[in-house]
Design a protein around this ligand. Structure first.
Ligand code: SF4
Length: 327
């Protein structure tokens, strides 16, 4: 593996720890992460690499209307890209390379989060503020490099009525089990993205198998973590109604659903520009048969199919509130 390091990231403690941990890997010093990250390399096979960089303008992006939890909500980023390789991942449409980038100046990123929370509270907004940490990468999958949990869970726990969601398809929860001095966490939600094993093995390359995710969920529930289930993207593969029904029935046998606070379902969804890029990168993917262009210029599952999924989830989880993407 190659480790690209921005020269201005050199003196951060996290950089030093990553380089010490991976001292046998080749290090290449660079002026700016975008010189590597934004290079157009098409579908060439490249040596695996990560990039260590400094986020020069850390800021929070407001989420679209009707996205998940009600109230003021923001995306923030501490890393880009992912160690996994889901065929549908929209990051492939957004980013030119698949190299993960880890921003190491956590104090600056936390400073911009604190500032945003303080500004909102000054306007007498006292309801929940939600922070989504995993829209640019799978935080848990990268944690062995990024030490995100160690740094961000105690930080977020120090606020009132703030919720941080990290979402994952990893089953490696070691770092969460170590950061457990603060348990029970009030502000930290670990979400697991789940799908039937048929979908995981076909479309979610390098992610944890379903059984391993279930084991991780149960371990975290036992340790007092807030664990939430995200079923996304729902994919109408052949016989999907039978496959998803069996999948949900099995899940209920293996997870104590009463302990799960919320369930969220979402379509496979792209804006039309990302969709075109995704199609260009992988023209033969079966995935493109599952979606169609809607009037709002989003490309997603046909409404009747999403409705079938919605009915199935309501039937299988009658006592749970089910959140949707209303986009
Ligand atoms: S785990 Fe998430 S971020 Fe990573 S490749 Fe899959 S969809 Fe993308």
């Amino acid at each position: 593996m190659l480790i690209y390091v921005e020269k201005k990231a050199e003196n951060y403690e996290l950089t030093k720890r990553i380089l010490a941990k991976f001292s046998n890997e080749q290090i290449l010093w660079i002026d700016h992460y975008k010189n590597i990250f934004d290079k157009k390399i098409g579908n060439q096979k490249l040596t695996p690499a990560i990039i260590i960089a400094k986020e020069e303008h850390p800021n929070l992006l407001p989420v679209p209307n009707n996205y998940w939890y009600p109230g003021k909500s923001f995306f923030f980023r501490t890393s880009l890209n992912c160690v996994f390789d889901c065929e549908y991942c929209y990051l492939k449409g957004n980013f030119k390379t698949q190299y993960p980038v880890i921003f190491v100046n956590y104090e600056d990123i936390q400073g911009s989060i604190s500032q945003k929370i303080n500004d909102i509270r000054k306007d007498w907004y006292n309801w929940q503020i939600t922070l989504y940490a995993s829209n640019y990468s799978d935080i848990q999958g990268l944690d062995v490099f990024s030490e995100f949990n160690d740094n961000f869970i105690p930080f977020v726990e120090s606020f009132d009525n703030v919720l941080m969601e990290t979402r994952t398809k990893s089953s490696n929860i070691d770092s969460l089990l170590k950061v457990n001095n603060w348990i029970p966490y009030k502000n930290t939600e670990i979400s697991f993205s789940l799908n039937p094993e048929e979908i995981i093995s076909t479309f979610e390359k390098k992610t944890a198998p379903l059984q391993a995710r279930i084991t991780a969920i149960n371990t975290l529930l036992t340790k007092g973590y807030k664990v939430w289930l995200r079923f996304l993207p729902l994919l109408p593969i052949d016989n999907y109604e039978i496959i998803y029904k069996k999948f949900l029935e099995d899940l209920k046998k293996h997870i104590n659903i009463d302990k799960i606070n919320s369930i969220f379902i979402a379509s496979l969804i792209y804006n039309q520009w990302d969709f075109k890029t995704m199609q260009k990168k992988n023209p033969d993917s079966k995935l493109w048969n599952y979606v169609k262009l809607h009037e709002n210029w989003l490309v997603k599952l046909p409404d009747n199919i999403f409705q079938n999924f919605s009915t199935l989830f309501k039937e299988e989880f009658p006592n749970k509130e089910i959140y949707y993407d209303f986009i």
